[in-house]
Design a protein around this ligand. Structure first.
Ligand SMILES: [Mg+2]
Ligand SMILES: [Zn+2]
Length: 235
């Protein structure tokens, strides 16, 4: 199943996108790890920054699935590299209901993801794990048209990352451009929630009881994360 440097976590099992089998109550999100990183219980828990994709990493043009439509937002590779250098695991968590809706295939999604990872890797900004939810209750592909536990605001993808990478969720950060991103972070016990992008004011109205911070873009968000960390660190 692996192509080139990319390995899917699910490669040794029945593909999760084939839907739940008998006796399997909930489907799992799919994932791409780069570089392949077997999880070990011995690894000390590390914090992660969870990143939504569309609207945080790349311009959200709606159901982006072709390379020519994937336009990185300004400053993104540099911002992601700074987080890695600061010791955060980087986990991309993206709802991809376009797969359930039949707009594009699992393979098209994976090809685009591989290309994105390669570009970020050249900037020393490759994510440690990329998870996506291919489901939607009103989809066109029968095996993917269901209520799942991984479509944000559900926390399934974040919980899977927590298990696989051994993450310290309380010290982790969720960055998204939609209220649903932050609600998924809250449900998974993520300590800090950030709203970014042009929809931030509108989305913030959906988060009245959810403590969070806002930033214009990812780089500004990273400035705040690192400043807060330095302020709270003890010698
Ligand atoms: Mg988004
Ligand atoms: Zn799902």
């Amino acid at each position: 199943m692996s192509r080139g440097v990319i390995t899917t976590w699910t490669s040794s099992r029945r593909p999760a996108w084939s839907g739940p089998g008998e006796g399997e109550p909930s489907p799992s999100p799919l994932s791409t790890a780069f570089p392949p990183r077997p999880w070990s219980k011995k690894i000390r828990q590390r914090p992660a920054v969870f990143l939504d994709r569309d609207g945080v990493i790349n311009d959200d043009r709606g159901y982006v699935h072709r390379w020519e439509d994937l336009v990185l937002l300004p400053g993104v590779p540099d911002a992601m590299r700074r987080l890695k250098q600061a010791g955060y695991q980087l986990v991309v968590v993206t709802n991809q209901s376009g797969i359930a809706r039949g707009f594009y295939s699992q393979e098209q999604y994976q090809t685009l993801t591989d290309q994105l990872i390669q570009v970020l890797a050249k900037a020393d900004a490759a994510p440690d794990l990329v998870l996506h939810c291919p489901h939607h209750p009103d989809g066109q592909i029968p095996s993917l048209s269901l209520v799942c536990d991984c479509r944000k605001p559900q926390p399934g993808m974040l919980r899977q990352a927590e298990q696989r990478l051994g993450l310290d969720m309380a010290q982790s950060v969720m960055i998204g451009d939609r209220a649903t991103d932050l609600l998924a972070g809250q449900a998974a016990g993520v300590g800090q929630l950030f709203l970014v992008g042009s929809n931030a004011q509108q989305e913030a109205r959906l988060l009245e009881n959810v403590p969070h911070r806002s930033a214009d873009h990812l780089a500004a968000c990273v400035d705040q994360i690192l400043a807060l960390r330095n302020t709270s660190s003890r010698i």
